[in-house]
Design a protein around this ligand. Structure first.
Ligand code: SF4
Ligand code: F3S
Length: 375
């Protein structure tokens, strides 16, 4: 326990501030206040599991999210405190020495460590599109992830394939759950993931020895249980029928709703409006841009065109609109989700490809309907 107290002290964090942080974390995880002491105890424990961070086909945005705090917050110190045994981008070791350290952790802590994965896994041409130390990403993930107690897939690429999996997906990019069906996996999608959600997930695991409750896409409900649209500060404008019609117009300057500018908030589940980014400073919609749906399994293909609005519906501007919009999109997406279930059980990749194509067609049909209604 001593080393964590020292770490806090060296950064000027008092015990009171630390406990306040634990209580906020408990609230974010929807736990009762009485769990604060248990959370603090779990964080301070010396028996925390080591972590191996794997990075595959990606832009390193999740590593950036991990590292880019202006000043270390208590959350950063918590992540510092867990034993990050292997992270290619930030570890001092390189080459054979780095790979040896990874293998030593796998062997010593088999079944006990956390594996965090960033980036999609290319499967075409025997996986040659991403190799590290002479091994393919598929091979590394199967060995390192396969022996972990828990896998956390950070960012949309690791969770669902993300941008590399966009049509025509030349590398055969896939998410972690498609490579390791049946493993305990938590998806923290986003482009990139929000590091506060990673901290909360790790702390939940440290406290209870189990993953938090997740939805059918393996996303923890504490972070992905509500739609962006449910908590958006522009929601009152949506309900009042006040929309931005052009970038920089009066409505845009007044902070009106971005629905007509392509905001995908009504069909996206993520806690961006409440958690925000950059130490709670802002989030995309607050900055004046619509949500592009980066935490959804359908991202990227089905969320484009970026500035094309979701289908128009009768009763536009009233509460019922969002529900109807959601229903229309869910209808288009249902085939994908159903096929995704089939893929993870029967591993039939063709089904998800077909379902994605059908959903794209359906969404483009809905969009052209809304265009003709506009004209
Ligand atoms: Fe907010 Fe977008 Fe919903 Fe408008 S459509 S209220 S900008 S989430
Ligand atoms: Fe992504 Fe939308 Fe949040 S684009 S970062 S889920 S506001």
């Amino acid at each position: 326990m001593g080393d964590f107290s020292d770490l806090l002290e060296s950064h000027g964090v008092t015990r009171r501030e630390f406990l306040k942080y634990c209580s906020a974390l408990g609230a974010a995880l929807a736990l009762p206040l009485s769990m604060t002491a248990k959370i603090a105890e779990a964080i301070e424990s010396d028996t925390r599991p080591p972590v191996i961070w794997l990075e595959f086909q990606d832009c390193a945005g999740d590593s950036e999210s991990l590292l880019r705090a202006n000043r270390p917050t208590v959350g950063d110190l918590v992540l510092d405190h867990i034993s990050l045994d292997y992270h290619e981008t930030i570890m001092a070791a390189a080459g054979h020495q780095a790979e040896a350290s990874q293998q030593a952790t796998v062997e010593k802590y088999k079944g006990k460590y956390i594996c965090i994965v960033e980036g999609s896994i290319p499967t075409e041409a025997g996986g040659v599109y991403c190799t590290i130390g002479g091994r393919t990403a598929v091979d590394i993930l199967k060995q390192v992830g396969g022996n972990a107690a828990l896998i956390i897939a950070v960012g949309n690429c690791a969770a669902y394939g993300g941008l590399p999996a966009a049509h025509p997906n030349p590398t055969g990019a896939k998410g972690v759950s498609e490579i390791l069906p049946g493993k305990t996996i938590i998806n923290l999608p986003g482009c990139p993931m929000n590091v506060d959600n990673l901290t909360a997930t790790v702390v939940h695991y440290l406290t209870f020895g189990a993953a938090p409750a997740c939805d059918r896409h393996l996303r923890p409900l504490f972070a992905y249980g509500k739609r962006i649209h449910d908590n958006c500060e522009r929601r009152a404008h949506f309900d009042a029928g006040q929309y931005v019609e052009n970038w920089g117009d009066y409505g845009h300057r007044q902070g009106w709703c971005l629905y007509k500018m392509g905001c995908k908030g009504p069909e996206t589940f993520h806690n961006c409006p409440t958690l925000r980014w950059n130490e709670g400073l802002s989030w995309p919609v607050m900055a004046g841009h619509g949500c592009v749906g980066c935490s959804e399994p359908l991202f990227f293909d089905a969320m484009m065109p970026m500035y094309r609005r979701l289908p128009n519906v009768p009763g536009f501007g009233v509460e019922a609109s969002a529900v109807k919009i959601g229903t229309a999109i869910v209808g288009a997406s249902a085939a994908i989700f159903a096929a995704h279930g089939a893929v993870t059980t029967a591993r039939n990749w063709k089904k998800i490809g077909k379902a994605k194509a059908e959903a794209r067609e359906e969404i483009s049909h809905l969009n052209s309907d809304s265009d003709s209604e506009e004209s």
